[in-house]
Ligand binder design. Structure first.
Ligand SMILES: NC(=O)c1ccc[n+]([C@@H]2O[C@H](COP(=O)([O-])OP(=O)(O)OC[C@H]3O[C@@H](n4cnc5c(N)ncnc54)[C@H](OP(=O)(O)O)[C@@H]3O)[C@@H](O)[C@H]2O)c1
Length: 255
């Protein structure tokens, strides 16, 4: 097997980090796991090597601050949610949209995982060779897919916590609200990213999320990167997002 990388630091060895480490095993001459306690001295230094940032979005700002000596072209970000403002100053970094689900022993591919940026090609190759669907796309396509994924992020979370239901129950009992929330989220994000929404996105969401019918959200996490970001963007652009606003208010989100 041909190594694709000389050195990769995997920062955050949680669900996503360990899946990346598995996909890259044997494809990077050196693989350095970085946890809160170990590996940071080298990861934060100017030592050459990819920094694959796999912490949750809530931790992203502090991790980026610690990586200020690293060449942005060696940074990869794979967080869910509206992280563009945090990573924009780090161009030309690489970004990923993860479309697999990992929780303990459970691993499920929902759609091909997408990468864009200088390291997109080798990362997609490593995943494909490890049997996980992935693809490298250009910047414009990534922005379209980013807007689409925000619809997923905004539906699989806040409304489930607010209503105390599973995703499957939500689609059945409040399908109109779910579709409206999805529509507000993708329209707002697409407008902010300068791309157009596509008519098939809601049906695609219903198809992709079918295996997630049993998912619950006891508490809505990372709202400032999800529905909270949509509300903020909509305010800035003068767009109406009534379902988003109502659900955020019910959840007591004050952002
Ligand atoms: N899991 C999935 O199926 C999935 C799918 C799509 C997208 N995502 C996205 O991927 C991102 C990561 O999710 P995840 O599920 O992998 O979360 P996770 O299991 O909580 O993993 C995050 C890891 O980062 C570690 N960490 C936190 N701060 C750190 C620091 N300063 N330095 C080094 N490590 C640090 C955490 O350690 P502690 O546990 O000690 O805090 C934890 O091991 C999120 O944005 C999520 O939305 C996840």
């Amino acid at each position: 097997v041909i190594p694709l990388f000389d050195r990769v630091f995997v920062i955050g060895m949680g669900e996503v980090g360990r899946r990346f480490a598995a996909a890259l095993a044997g494809r990077s001459a050196e693989l350095v796991p970085v946890t809160k306690e170990t590996g940071w001295e080298r990861a934060a230094s100017s030592e050459p090597g990819v920094r694959l940032v796999c912490v949750r979005e809530e931790r992203l700002a502090e991790v980026i601050a610690r990586l200020n000596r690293v060449d942005p072209a060696s940074l990869v970000f794979v967080q869910n949610g509206w992280i563009g403002p945090l990573v924009a100053p780090l161009a030309p970094c690489t970004r990923g949209l993860i479309w697999f689900r990992s929780k303990g022993d459970l691993f499920e591919v929902l759609r091909p995982t997408v990468f864009s940026g200088p390291l997109a090609g080798p990362l997609a190759t490593a995943f494909i060779d490890a049997g996980v669907a992935a693809e490298a796309v250009g910047d414009r396509t990534f922005r379209v897919l980013d807007a689409e994924k925000m619809g997923f992020n905004c539906v699989v979370g806040l409304p489930l916590a607010v209503h105390g239901v599973t995703l499957g129950e939500y689609i059945v009992v409040a399908g109109d609200e779910a579709a409206a929330l999805f529509g507000e989220s993708v329209s707002t994000c697409a407008a902010a990213l300068g791309v157009a929404t596509q008519p098939g996105w809601w049906d695609e969401f219903l198809r992709v999320s079918r295996p997630l019918a049993g998912v619950r959200a006891s508490a809505a996490k990372g709202l400032e990167f999800r529905n909270g970001a949509v509300a903020r963007l909509a305010r800035d652009m003068g767009l109406a997002v009534p379902v988003t606003e109502r659900l955020l208010a019910t959840a007591g989100f004050a952002g």
